[in-house]
Design a protein around this ligand. Structure first.
Ligand SMILES: Cc1cc2nc3c(=O)[nH]c(=O)nc-3n(C[C@H](O)[C@H](O)[C@H](O)COP(=O)(O)OP(=O)(O)OC[C@H]3O[C@@H](n4cnc5c(N)ncnc54)[C@H](O)[C@@H]3O)c2cc1C
Length: 595
């Protein structure tokens, strides 16, 4: 207990919770605890306005405007909050007041004036256009106040993560947008402020936002907790665990504290254990609710449309993607990159590690370009120049790894937008197959078949007469996304054979691609020996199947190679005289590893 004399005042009012500071964080806790059943909650606001005045009647909030805080103490049972007007006896107290960070500098070099300010809104805002620059709760507070005063509001909120906003700011920003009282530019910040006929003009250096003129521009400063010394708070109050501070974790913080979304629950657990606050939405749910933030991110990053999304089964897809601009010319065997934002929904409930820092970023992955093989007419489909076909399998998250792109791709459908890398790339092509009579063998695991589909068609289309075998291991028959097209090719071209190898079908003996070489199946299908002098082998997919050797150097400086413990296809082919194709050393083993 302390000796604070202020708690000796006679006009003591009893409350459940005293919230100091009408910030969005303070209002969030006042509203949520009142909703959960607290009947005596008072917000003490030292200034003459709270973040969103319209919330006062809506939620029947009790606010003491202009109440200057004198001190906070604990008498062993209750928190004693003393202001210039009164002394309050409460079961709990939240300090939600925040101050401007003294080190705050506007992010844009500019001269402050009556029309360009930090944190200060002009007195008369009716019929004026105002730009608020900032991405924090405080920017939302200023935007809400300006909108309430009748201004047309734009918020340059570049970098705003809606999940980091306090609950009240979260719902306020959605309401402002919904009622068209504010335009939120989630991705834009001006990089210059000029002057046009004495009015400020904001220059945006991004393609999305034109330069805009305003009556006023206000920077929303960053906010920090009020120093303990200024609050005149006693150690008894801090140690009581009944006085909480709004704020994210900081190394030096020595008081009970919590982020806006969790502080209501933390404080209630400590002060009102009987109170049942509803579960807060997850950060993912919080972001998804901000449709316009997501729409802006999609608009910024996506440059292509999914024109076909065919599920061979729930986890195996053939999709086609059409870019907005440019053609899709490529050489069979090459790959392109596809991307979706971390902001997209996942098909599972997994949470990507570090999502908060990267939720607004793009996940990009390489995908071999596949091929439809036939048109509906039965003729070969010509090489794609307008859209690209991909053959993709879902990589499920497991205990060790939360896969990023494919669980998001799983939620997509025809018409949805996606990122397609501007360039196709890759040296995994048929350029080395110059003899039309050569034997060509393709080895694939799963969707590693994708590039082979277009390579096989390319060979046959060009009149290749040598034997061609395409072989693939999958778990089950249903994992063969293109089997009908391959069977149709076999009927038309006697020099082509498709050898699918399911490893988990009861009636098929479990064998791997390596067994097909060892047991002579490949040679039987080719109708000729595996002759390194006249055969090209293409290997794509799982690195374990490929079995790429490592180059080694011993103590004497002699170079050699070391093969992986499990024998891969490369080792078997090298044993038969094949050589790996390298940039400066042509060979007849070509490979593409998927990871
Ligand atoms: C040049 C190139 C072409 C590719 N082409 C295709 C393609 O045509 N079709 C396709 O489905 N994938 C292809 N991939 C793999 C693809 O780039 C992604 O790695 C894969 O889709 C997983 O992405 P993710 O973000 O969901 O998982 P990530 O978070 O990237 O997880 C990657 C991990 O998932 C595992 N993994 C990756 N692919 C598979 C797979 N197919 N089966 C099982 N485990 C896997 C590996 O352990 C890898 O380390 C290709 C990769 C490369 C490098």
């Amino acid at each position: 207990m302390s000796n604070n004399k202020n708690d000796q005042r006679s006009d003591r009012a009893e409350y459940d919770l005293i919230v100091i500071g009408g910030t969005v964080g303070g209002l969030s806790v006042a509203i949520s605890t009142q909703r959960a059943g607290l009947s005596r909650v008072r917000v003490i606001e030292p200034g003459n306005a709270i973040a969103f005045p319209e919330l006062v009647p809506e939620h029947r909030l009790e606010v003491g405007y202009g109440e200057k805080l004198l001190g906070i103490d604990h008498d062993g049972t209750n928190v004693i909050v003393t202001t210039e007007q009164r002394t309050y006896v409460a079961k709990g107290c939240l300090i939600a007041e925040l101050h401007r960070d003294p080190s705050y500098e506007p992010p844009v070099a500019t001269a402050l004036s009556g029309r360009v300010t930090i944190d200060t809104l002009p007195e008369d805002l009716s019929n004026s256009d105002i730009l608020v620059i900032g991405h924090t709760n405080h920017a939302v507070e200023l935007a809400g106040q300006a909108a309430a005063a009748g201004a047309g509001v734009v918020v340059a909120a570049g970098g705003m993560d809606p999940a980091q906003l306090a609950p009240v700011a979260d719902s306020m920003i959605r309401k402002l947008e919904h009622e068209r009282r504010a335009t939120i530019l989630y991705r834009s910040v001006p990089d210059g402020i000029g002057d046009k006929d004495e009015f400020p003009i904001a220059y945006f250096n991004d393609r999305r936002t034109p330069d805009l003129e305003f009556d006023h521009i206000v920077f929303a400063s960053t906010r920090v907790r009020v120093p303990r010394s200024e609050l005149n708070i006693t150690s008894a109050a801090i140690d009581s665990n009944k006085v909480w501070f709004l704020g994210v974790a900081e190394p030096d913080i020595d008081v009970p504290h919590g982020h806006a979304w969790e502080i209501g629950r933390l404080l209630s657990n400590a002060c009102f254990p009987e109170l049942e606050l509803p579960e807060a939405p997850s950060v993912v749910q919080r972001r998804v609710r901000h449709e316009s933030a997501i729409a802006e991110l999609r608009e910024e990053h996506y440059n292509a449309t999914i024109t076909r999304f065919e599920q061979r089964h729930s986890d195996l897809w053939v999709l086609r993607v059409r870019p907005d601009h440019g053609d899709t010319s490529h050489i069979p065997g090459q790959y392109a990159s596809l991307g979706l934002g971390y902001w997209e929904d996942r098909v599972d409930n997994c949470v990507d590690p570090g999502i908060d820092a990267r939720w607004h970023k793009l996940i990009r992955r390489s995908y071999s370009i596949s091929h439809a093989m036939f048109e509906a007419s039965g003729y070969f489909a010509p090489p794609d120049t307008v859209e690209l076909e991909f053959y993709i399998v879902l990589v499920p998250a497991d205990d060790d790894h939360v896969s990023a792109l494919t669980p998001r791709l799983a939620t997509k459908k025809v018409g949805d937008r996606i990122y397609l890398g501007p360039k196709v790339a890759g040296r995994y092509t048929l350029s080395a197959v110059t003899n039309p009579e050569a034997a060509v063998v393709f080895f694939a695991t799963g969707t590693g078949e994708a590039p082979h589909n277009s390579m096989v068609v390319e060979l046959l289309r060009k009149g290749h007469t040598g034997p061609i075998v395409s072989t693939v291991t999958v778990r089950n028959w249903k994992d063969l996304g293109y089997i009908d097209a391959h069977r149709a090719l076999e009927k038309r071209f006697p020099n082509y054979h498709y050898l699918p190898m399911p490893t988990r079908e009861a009636d098929v003996p479990k064998r791997y691609l390596q067994d097909l070489i060892r047991d002579g199946d490949i040679e039987a299908a080719l109708g000729t020996p595996l002759d390194p002098g006249n055969t090209h082998a293409f290997l794509c997919g799982n690195p374990a199947m490929i079995g790429l050797p490592e180059e080694t150097v011993d103590d004497e400086g002699t170079t050699g190679v070391s093969y992986p413990e499990t024998t891969g296809v490369i080792e078997l082919l090298v044993d038969r005289g094949f050589t790996i194709n390298k940039r400066n050393q042509p060979g007849n083993i070509h490979f593409e590893e998927y990871w």
